[in-house]
Design a binder for this molecule. Structure first.
Ligand code: GAL
Length: 410
């Protein structure tokens, strides 16, 4: 009898999940080693429910290929089960078009407002009081990654800030090490200059005046003149090595061909895959060691509306899983990002992640560009910076053009 009950219970369970099991195509751009390891945690969690994760990865760091492909599918009436966007203003128009599933009831039932930290992450998902995305991480652009051995080889100390790094460059070159690795895509150069160097050199307040208040006078003024001079110096320091993808630049640092990379903390996922130890093999300096802050950015998942009730149920289940405690920890430890909840166990965090958590706890945070600026403005900045990077355009000229973009920015 006991045995029979067990069999019946198992049968009931199997048929219940079979009736509702759905396949969800999930589009994202996480194809580097660290990214793939992290997204596999989401897939594993969904598959464990009986639903099936159909991986829709579109390679191209920063979403350069995925975002336009997703937008065209959505506008063309070909929705996927779920899709990644950067956290912020990228989806403004799509939300207004009514293309996404409303997650408000789920978020209320599960009390997302009570545990999401900082809660402003939910504001970027909210339109007209309704919630349309699940934030899955906090990623910050504000880092430089340094290979400790490269500096030992050059006979210098590992720098503790940008100026010391610039000063070490001749010794690095002498030792056959490229000082800086910067990938050839516009988003990488623009991020390094208009997010990271700008915050480090002009300071967080000037950065906010330019990017949040859109004050073109500050963009044209002396604090930003110093930013673009540093950008010209960075362009020179990056001339010794040619790479395209951001993760190949990270690999050059991990292998010691290059000494440093200015890149967001997704780079940390690559160091983790290579089993490099933070603080021993490599060093990370938030705010280039000058102005340590975190710029708030990261990734959020949206669930395009679907007429199939089983798919919708699976979409809600995936949203719930992505923000659940266990999945938040497993995913973010691999991704190099910080969890979006303040109530999880991060005892496994490494040296760099702990620096990030400390900044978050101290409230040393800024809105990142994707939150502050429209996609159109970001596109114009990227176009300008890639031109600057690939020519001998002077610091004064790029600054004047940049200030013009800020004057028109929305
Ligand atoms: C960012 C994204 C990160 C990281 C990076 C490189 O847009 O927020 O999660 O993957 O691109 O692909």
């Amino acid at each position: 009898m006991k045995h029979l009950t067990k069999v019946l219970a198992t049968t009931a369970l199997v048929s219940a999940s079979a009736a509702t099991a759905a396949e969800l195509e999930v589009v994202h751009w996480w194809t580097s080693g660290g990214e793939a390891a992290a997204v596999a945690e989401f897939a594993k969690a969904l598959d464990a429910t009986g639903h099936t994760w159909v991986d829709g990865a579109i390679a191209g760091g920063g979403g350069t290929n995925a975002i336009p492909a997703v937008v065209s599918r959505l506008l063309g009436g070909d929705p996927m089960g779920a899709t990644q966007f950067n956290h912020g203003r990228q989806t403004e128009d799509l939300i207004q078009e009514g293309l996404f599933l409303d997650l408000t009831d789920l978020a209320e039932q599960e009390g997302w407002r009570d545990f999401v930290f900082p809660s402003s992450l939910l504001d970027s998902c909210t339109y007209d009081g309704r919630l349309y995305c699940v934030p899955v991480n906090i990623h910050s652009w504000q880092w430089i990654w340094l290979n400790n051995d490269a500096f030992a080889k050059a006979g210098t100390d590992v720098p503790s800030n940008w100026d010391e790094f610039v000063a070490a460059a001749p010794a690095l070159r002498e030792a056959g090490v490229a000082p800086l690795a910067v990938g050839s895509q516009a988003w990488q150069q623009a991020g390094a200059i208009t997010e990271v160097l700008a915050v480090a050199i002009a300071g967080p307040e000037a950065w906010e005046q330019v990017n949040v208040a859109k004050d073109a006078d500050v963009a044209a003024g002396p604090a930003y003149a110093a930013v673009f001079e540093a950008a010209a110096a960075a362009r020179d320091l990056a001339a010794d090595i040619t790479v395209t993808d951001w993760n190949l630049a990270t690999a050059a640092v991990i292998e010691g061909q290059a000494a440093a990379q200015i890149m967001g903390d997704w780079a940390q996922g690559e160091f983790a895959v290579a089993e490099a130890v933070a603080g021993e093999d490599y060093t990370c300096l938030p705010g280039l060691g000058v102005n340590p802050v975190l710029s708030l950015g990261g990734d959020a998942f949206y669930f395009p509306k679907n007429s199939d009730a089983d798919v919708e149920a699976a979409q809600l289940e995936l949203a719930s899983l992505m923000i659940s405690k266990e999945v938040q920890v497993d995913f973010n430890l691999k991704k190099g990002s910080l969890p979006v909840r303040g109530d999880v166990d991060l005892s496994a965090a490494n040296d760099c992640m702990n620096k990030g958590l400390g900044l978050l706890a101290d409230g040393k945070i800024l809105a990142g560009a994707n939150i502050a600026l429209s996609q159109d403005t970001i596109g114009q900045v990227n176009d300008l910076i890639v031109q600057f990077w690939n020519s001998d355009m002077s610091a004064a000229e790029v600054q004047e053009k940049y200030a013009g973009i800020i004057a028109r920015a929305d």
